[in-house]
Design a protein around this ligand. Structure first.
Ligand code: GCW
Length: 685
């Protein structure tokens, strides 16, 4: 019997074609003979429609022919319908060629995941957010801030003469999940990004992205008029400064007629901004917005700012931006990170969502896993994003999704952004499993109502195997992975106890010495002392809980009613405090870290059973990662429990396994992040 099983497994393995992950979720087999695809008379053959036709000819495997039609009465904007007629034709209808391309990818997705349409049936679909944008934190020198998948895919050195085929593959992957915008460069923007030379290179990329319906945007450095234009100031109210921007924007639109607009990080982490000249964020954003308006461009102005006078980092975006509500132009969108601090493993949603009633606000998610195990740990972020988007703000009963989809004026557009996890590694994202986050981000922007389970299923079936023997167990892994990571990293609302600078691994003790901002230190956030643990954001503390709309403000502000997942976010809790399950904070902390470890180990075991379904390259690559994730979970557990134990002075509960590491060893360890690759993972604790 065993022999038979082994033989069957061996067959499976040998049958699976070697893969490098470069095809992402688009692993359809090309047709030997093109499928029959007809574009209805009257439907204009744009470059976009041509792509739709080509994709269907190459990959549609159904019996009947496919008909594409643009109809004025068809689903509006990027929406589409797919109908199966009595004559066994598949009819794809939209009001635009772009909608037809989305319909083509929709039909191919149905084919790949095994969704069928009955004769006479029609399905319709339309995107929720108008703008579904990836933010690349890519630098002109090819490095990527917080990128873990190699170097930038943009080859600035060889552009515009040489246009890498990767750009089109990138555009195609994005279009297939509904993404329709890309900010090509880092929000920590170099003035150089706006040089004439770089703009010509940018235009060459925009030309490739355009037929796939992807608009190009740029991050801009607010001091560009000085640094690039040689002006003595970048004051947004200065006439020469404004004129400089007018000239620059004209130049951009001459090269890129459908340019999307600017993304701006101003007066944050050393970046210049209007406050350098005593002006407000609104003054800065509006000046750029007025310059872009004649071209229909927009400004995405980030709310990720610091306010030195405020005692709580988590309160600062709200304090800076709420007074400006209603003061922004219609073509400004304030881009707000999902939580009030900074993409932590788990944060409550930012109180700005729903609160700004007269300003268009867009969520910013981080697809790249800066704080969630980078390209090693499997953490399916759809679960987290769903948690944020479906959170109730209690402003007019709106969820975060509803608050950001609502248009504050007839001219406004709704938007959502994700910081890309893409680099030039062969599988795009370093980890094969991290492709799931790129995929899910796009699909969720299109439809925030999709469940995390649906997203996981779609991804797994297309990217790996549609066999239920694979999808069933791996769906569970993906769905549990965020909770697991929160459990072994920062449970109960703990935050920012990462190793300094690179943010991989635990360092609740991190202090580089010298003169460092307190809010860049873990101790600022965890506040461990002999009494307890956590940041007091009640009325007696920083008052952060009061930024939420009632009843949340009272709910969060009261230790007895605060949801336990945010306990240490809002409260400084005594070690002996008895939680809802009757155990103390200290004991619960010990148990939950161990739960996280058990989960991570379980994921590694589940993966071992997936060998028959996955080609050897991707299987081994992912196995190394799951194994490392399980070890990292132990590292996190030991580091955090042993470190906090110094304050609690309490023993681990008798049924908790003893630590594997010694605190003093962990405190001496420094990860050489520059030389840290998946291959070097064995050098970690
Ligand atoms: O999370 C922090 C990152 C920075 C980043 C910043 C931001 C681009 O550590 O690397 O800078 O946020 O979002 O601006």
């Amino acid at each position: 019997m065993r022999l038979v099983v082994l033989l069957v497994c061996a067959c499976f393995v040998s049958l699976l074609r070697a893969e490098d992950g470069s095809r992402l979720w688009l692993r359809m087999e090309r047709n030997a003979d093109a499928a029959e695809v007809r574009v209805e008379r009257g439907t204009k053959r744009t470059a976009t429609v041509d792509i739709a036709v080509r994709e269907l000819e190459d990959y549609w495997k159904g019996d009947g022919k496919v008909v594409l039609r643009v109809a004025e009465d068809g689903p509006a904007r990027d929406g589409f319908s797919i109908g199966r007629t009595e004559k066994e034709e598949m009819v794809l209808t939209s009001a635009s060629g772009q909608g037809l391309l989305y319909a083509a990818y929709g039909l191919l997705r149905m084919q790949q995941v095994g969704d069928t349409l009955g004769v006479g049936q029609t399905v319709s679909d339309a995107p929720a957010y108008d703008l579904r944008i990836l933010n690349h934190w890519d630098n002109p020198d090819g490095t990527i801030e917080r990128g873990y998948a190699g170097r930038s895919i943009w080859q600035w050195d060889e552009l515009p003469g040489t246009v890498s085929p990767r750009y089109e593959a990138y555009a195609r992957a994005n279009a297939s999940v509904g993404i329709n915008g890309a900010v090509l460069n880092n929000v920590n923007a170099k003035p150089l990004a706006l040089s004439s030379d770089m703009l010509r290179k940018t235009a060459a990329i925009a030309d490739v992205l355009r037929p796939y319906g992807i608009r190009t945007y740029l991050s801009v450095n607010f001091a560009s008029p000085k640094a690039l234009g040689g002006l003595p100031t970048a004051d947004p109210l200065d006439a020469d400064v404004r004129q400089w921007w007018v000239g620059k924007v004209d130049e951009i639109y001459r090269l890129i007629p459908d340019f999307g607009g600017f993304l701006v990080k101003a007066n944050s982490e050393g970046e210049p901004g209007p406050q350098d000249y005593g002006r407000t964020h609104a003054d800065g954003a509006n000046m750029l917005a007025d310059v872009l308006a004649p071209h229909k461009g927009i400004v995405m102005w980030r709310a990720f700012v610091y306010k030195p006078s405020s005692p709580d980092r988590a309160c600062q975006a709200y304090e800076e931006f709420m007074p400006l509500d209603g003061k922004f132009r219609d073509n400004v969108i304030v881009q707000v990170k999902n939580g009030p601090v900074d993409f932590q493993p788990r944060e409550p949603f930012s109180p700005l969502f729903g609160a700004m009633r007269h300003t268009q606000v867009m969520p910013e998610f981080q697809v790249t896993q800066e704080y969630l195990g980078q390209s090693i740990h499997t953490v399916f972020l759809a679960t987290m994003w769903k948690d944020v988007l479906s959170a109730q703000t209690y402003h007019d009963g709106e969820t975060v999704a509803a608050a950001t989809l609502r248009k504050v004026s007839a001219q406004s557009v709704s938007a959502i952004a994700g910081v890309a996890n893409i680099g030039d590694s062969e599988n795009w994202t370093g980890s094969d499993m991290a492709q799931a986050n790129w995929y899910a981000f796009g699909r969720l922007c299109w439809n925030p109502d999709m469940s995390a389970a649906q997203l996981a299923d779609e991804f797994l079936k297309q990217t790996f195997s549609a066999d239920e023997g694979f999808v069933g167990p791996m769906r569970q892994v993906l769905l549990r992975s965020w909770d697991a990571a929160v459990s072994y990293m920062m449970p109960y609302g703990l935050h920012h106890i990462f190793a300094g600078e690179h943010h991989y691994g635990p360092e609740p003790w991190y202090h580089p010495g010298g003169d460092i901002r307190l809010d860049w230190l873990p101790s600022y956030y965890h506040r461990a002392d002999s009494v307890g643990l956590g940041f007091d954001r009640t009325r007696e503390g920083s008052g952060g809980a009061a930024q939420y709309h009632e009843p949340l403000s009272t709910l969060y502000g009261d230790l007895r009613t605060c949801p336990e997942e945010y306990l240490l976010w809002f409260h400084h809790v005594p070690w002996s405090y008895v939680m809802r399950n009757g155990l103390t904070l200290w004991d619960n902390l010990c148990y939950i870290y161990n739960h996280g470890v058990d989960e991570a180990r379980h994921f590694a075991t589940v993966w071992e059973g997936m060998r028959p379904y996955v080609d050897a390259t991707r299987y081994e690559r992912q196995k190394a990662r799951f194994d490392r994730q399980a070890k990292d979970a132990v590292w996190w557990r030991d580091a955090c429990l042993l470190y906090f134990q110094q304050f609690s002075g309490l023993p681990l509960p008798a049924d908790c396994p003893p630590p594997v590491h010694k605190l003093k060893d962990l405190m001496k360890y420094h990860l050489d992040i520059d030389n840290y690759t998946a291959a070097g993972m064995d050098k970690l604790p």
